[in-house]
Write a protein that binds this ligand. Sequence first.
Ligand SMILES: [Zn+2]
Ligand SMILES: [Zn+2]
Length: 475
Amino acid sequence: MNIYSVVIRDDHHKSLIEHLVRLDEQEDLCFATYVPSTGLNRLSGIITKVILPKKGERRVHGNVGFLPSYLERVLRIASERKEGVAFLHSHPWPGWQRMSSDDIVAENRMAPAVMATTGLPLLGLTTGNDGSWSARFWTKDDSIKRKYNRQWCETVRVIGKSLKITFNDDLLPASFDKGKQLRTISAWGEKTQEDLSRIRVGIVGLGSVGSIVAEILSRTGISNFTLIDFDGVEEKNLDRLTNVFKKDIGRSKVDAIYDAIKRSGTSPKIKIKKIEYSVCEKEGFKAALDCDLLFSCVDRPWPREVLNFIAYSHMIPVIDGGIMVRTNKRNTAIVGADWKAQTVGYKRACLECLGQYKTENAALEKSGLLDDPSYVNDLPNAAFVNAHENVFVFSSHLASLEVLQMLSLLIAPSGISDVGQQMHHFVTGTMETQSSQACHNHCFFPTIIGVGDVSSVIPYGSHKIAEESRESRRE
Ligand SMILES: [Zn+2]
Ligand SMILES: [Zn+2]
């Protein structure tokens, strides 16, 4: 692990700020519990429970401090819940907070007891008086007895209907080129561009929609990309893949789109991780957990289910889109073409409840049956399996809608971060919007919000088609 981050739900954030940011400008403190969310390179802590001090458990005036009984109570709660301990305090000034020497001594002193009781590193957080956070994990140094190393987080992500991120300027400085981004910055200002230049975006599926999403994001100045796709470029893809050409036939899509982003990107510091796996395989799944938000540009039920799982259990918002083209029986005329864009995750309805995939079809795909022609031909509603009709202009409109959903989530212009599910109908030229939808009463996904690694479900598995696809390129 070399990257660290924290996720806080907005209701927890609200109660923490109410307690920690005091009108009398004194500093204050409290504890919380957290669960780990472990990606390929990033460890995130997801705050699970705020444990405010009871009367007499801490003193505020003078130098803020707590009594041993408070930490003992917190350690009891954490070990009962089998979770980690977070120690939080406030400073009366704004922005990403560094630590005083007293802060370092206090957290360093707590780290061994917390590790011994919970088996997880102490997580320290500091909030400024503007609600921004800083954070660090205290990991055990195996080479020296009783030594704990401070690992600064690069971000703290507060997730509600919007996603608000505080960045660590030392680890993740803003990077944009004012000359190349002149027009973009004049639209939404430098602060927005600073934030956009630092988010970690994952694009899952680099087909027609995913390749355009990559192009839009790279022009917009996004710097940190994770590209997840196991597939290779074929001749039949050339009518719909953006920035992919004849010479790319036979290469992996991640390689081809990597080159495309390098060419189109306006950020001076572009970093691209190429993951030649499906998000349904362990490598792809773990790589997705390194991202702050994910684009679901897949058209199959299993990857949609995996992304839906990540959106709730690991609290990484997923922006999804889908296109449905209907033709007459002889495939000679278009009857209808509709596409939908939606953002799912905490406080929003999930992909299954929005009708974007069915659990039983995800299970069929996982078992391999969905790719068995003899089985699929007997399915009553199998049309979706081979529904590949598409036109470039549909994909480009959908890709644009998806990136707009991302901007609403991050920038929340006029306070609006959730524009709802958007459905565009080609035939009538109309757009329908359904706002504020919630999951059905018996939906599984709201029950796993923020469980992180602590889940009884493993959504990934072995993926024969992906393995064969990689193998064919190696030959
Ligand atoms: Zn402090
Ligand atoms: Zn649901």
